[in-house]
Design a protein around this ligand. Structure first.
Ligand SMILES: Nc1ncnc2c1ncn2[C@@H]1O[C@H](COP(=O)(O)OP(=O)(O)OP(=O)(O)O)[C@@H](O)[C@H]1O
Length: 259
């Protein structure tokens, strides 16, 4: 489903009076099925933008639309995965995935079937009965991803979902994100401050600079589709054009402006 961000601005009130401008005039049109990566230095407003799309915080200016519906709060049309997994320790993996369906009064058999299907999609088939403490960090983030997917949202919002993982697990999870994207065709907005991750995962790259956060680069990327065609990333990440793109991007981020 299409995502539209129109003249979005955000100011936060400061406790001692006054306010701080965190986002200014952000405009973005994301067609259905695109994998958009939001990249920018720490504090430039990436999470603030994602939270506004999720409906967790209300922007002070502008509008967010999912297809023809205006976002005014959280909704089942947007699934969210955060850096910390926030799984309920008293529930097993399947129950964690199915939790949102329970709140929507979906019958137990359907909840179980849908949770198991979502777990299979993230490579955790047969792990539904596992307690959360029996799962590795990567597996816990797979459960979080399954939990976001189980309600079949139109858009998947991911805020540094791989940021807390070790380097090897992170690479495997990047390929999982690509696989899930290919199999589900979801529109994904993925926040990261890793240049390599952004270049590898996105079909479109948005660079934010700030404060106040604004878009300084918006361009298509070829590497994700190449990785899916060629079945893996190691060769792509060490290719000359990937290294050149990384260097150029580094310049953009540190200059905070277009090259
Ligand atoms: N509720 C709030 N009140 C005041 N300032 C805030 C609030 N939330 C965020 N900020 C400020 O807004 C700016 C942007 O924060 P945000 O978390 O969106 O950045 P980010 O790009 O996601 O950073 P990081 O990569 O470090 O997570 C920061 O300077 C932060 O301190």
């Amino acid at each position: 489903m299409k995502l539209t961000i129109f003249r979005l601005g955000m100011r936060f009130q400061l406790p001692r009076g006054g306010d701080v401008e965190v986002l200014r005039d952000v405009n973005l049109d994301v067609p259905a099925g695109e994998l958009v990566v939001l990249l920018g230095a720490s504090g430039c407003g990436k999470s603030t933008l994602l939270n506004a799309i999720a409906g967790f915080t209300r922007q002070t200016e502008g509008e967010v639309w999912v297809d023809k519906r205006r976002v005014t709060g959280p909704g089942a049309d947007r699934g969210v995965v955060l850096q910390t997994d926030a799984l309920y320790p008293w529930l097993n993996a399947r129950e964690n995935v199915a939790f949102g369906l329970r709140l929507r009064s979906i019958a137990q058999t359907e909840r179980t079937a849908r949770a198991d299907e979502a777990l299979a999609l993230v490579g955790l088939a047969g792990k539904g009965d596992h307690a959360t403490w029996q799962l590795s960090g990567g597996q816990r983030q797979r459960v979080s991803l399954a939990r976001a997917l189980v309600a079949d949202p139109d858009i998947l919002l991911m805020d540094e979902p791989l940021g807390a993982l070790d380097a090897l697990t992170r690479e495997q999870m990047q390929d999982l994100v690509l696989e899930v994207w290919q199999r589900t065709g979801k529109t994904i907005v993925f926040v990261t401050h890793s240049l390599d991750e952004a270049l590898y995962l996105g079909t479109r790259l948005i660079v934010l600079a700030g404060p106040p956060g604004r878009i300084v680069l918006d361009e298509p990327l070829p590497f994700a589709r190449r990785a899916l065609r060629e079945g893996g990333g190691a060769k792509i990440k060490s290719a000359l054009d990937f290294a050149a793109a990384r260097e150029r991007l580094r310049g953009v981020i540190f200059a905070g402006a277009q090259p």
